[in-house]
Design a protein around this ligand. Structure first.
Ligand code: PLP
Length: 322
């Protein structure tokens, strides 16, 4: 559906995920993840089926890829990961050696340096819309400035790729970017609502849960624990405590009287304010805090229209952690 609507390709984190998508016929796959050259044989096999690119942010890792590609007589597209403030992976764009790193990667045989890539994951901790907007603007500025510096030193870089769902609505307005790579937007979730990136209506994934116990008037237990919802907390500008929002009643509105205060692996302990008509056997939907990790935990998703199941889709790339 993404490709049908104009995406030029897809992104995955892990080689195993890319293998599933390549087998399904997707022929342009980017791995914005610091894939280790120990995976070279798998990446070479992928390159026979699809156009593949990875990121690099470490000289020894880049040399490892260069050696592997040179030995195989192939060329791998790479982008340099830039740390725009998340402080996870990426080179420091302000460090004295940033341009030297770009030059060094550009000079490595077996690699084709395509551009610069970043992920503003720190947007998830933003305290306001204004902060999200500033993060997106700063990210674009960092990539375009470094791209200009590279160009001035004789290295023309085609791509400046950013992507994160919280900053997406601000990134689209930036100049100089060539690619947006949001992922979470496919489903959205409670965190994105709290960040102002989505409305409740935009959220496409819910976990259908059954009430399995009602030990007290002020407590019910659902059959979705951390093995389903994960222990991820919601982040966001608005407060969203607990392990998901319970949707109940007409129009699947959030039932504010039900608060998922605790998870065990198979149990969600829900504190009830006032009274609830829910009894064991009744079903509710739970809007998860983080849809990406929930998707990775389930074998299949059901596409529904109200209570009618339209289609069942296998989550074919789930669990591919290597
Ligand atoms: C490197 C990278 N790019 C893009 C994304 C997509 O970000 P989001 O899930 O916020 O849309 C992620 C998500 O983890 C990521 O790690």
């Amino acid at each position: 559906m993404q490709l049908d609507r104009g995406a030029v390709g897809i992104c995955c984190a892990k080689v195993g995920e890319a293998e599933v998508f390549a087998a399904a016929g997707i022929d342009n796959i980017r791995l914005p993840y610091p894939v280790n050259p120990a995976n070279a044989s798998r990446v070479l096999a992928l390159m026979d089926r699809a156009s593949v690119s990875i990121i690099v942010d470490h000289p020894a890792v880049a040399r490892g890829w260069s050696d592997a590609m040179t030995r195989a007589g192939r060329t791998l597209d790479v982008l340099i990961k830039i740390d725009v403030g998340f402080h996870r992976c990426g080179i420091d764009p302000d460090a004295a050696g940033a341009l030297d790193f770009i030059r060094a990667i550009d000079a490595l045989p077996g690699l084709k340096l395509r551009g610069l890539l970043s992920h503003a994951g720190h947007g998830y901790s933003a305290a306001s819309e204004a902060e999200l907007s500033t993060i997106a603007a700063r990210e674009a500025e960092i990539l375009t400035t470094l791209g200009e510096r590279a160009r001035a030193s004789g290295i023309a870089l085609d791509e400046r790729s950013v992507g994160a769902t919280p900053t997406l609505r601000f990134s689209v307005r930036q100049r100089g970017l060539t690619e947006l790579r949001p992922g979470n937007y496919v489903y959205f979730d409670r965190t994105q609502v709290a960040l102002g990136a989505a409305s409740l209506d935009d959220c496409a994934m819910t976990v259908l849960a059954t009430v399995v116990s009602k030990p007290a008037a002020d407590r019910i237990v659902l059959d979705c624990g951390s093995k389903t919802l994960t222990s991820d907390q919601a982040r966001g500008i608005a407060k969203a405590p607990g392990y998901g929002a319970v949707l109940n009643g007409a129009g699947d509105a959030i039932d504010e009287s039900l608060f998922i205060e605790r998870l065990s692996e198979e149990h969600a302990v829900v504190r009830v304010s006032g009274r609830t008509a829910l009894e064991p056997g009744d079903r509710v939907r739970v809007l998860p805090n983080h849809s990406c990790v929930v998707s990775n935990l389930v074998d299949a998703v059901r596409l529904v229209n109200g209570d009618e199941v339209i289609e069942t889709l296998a989550v074919a790339a789930r669990g591919k952690i290597a």
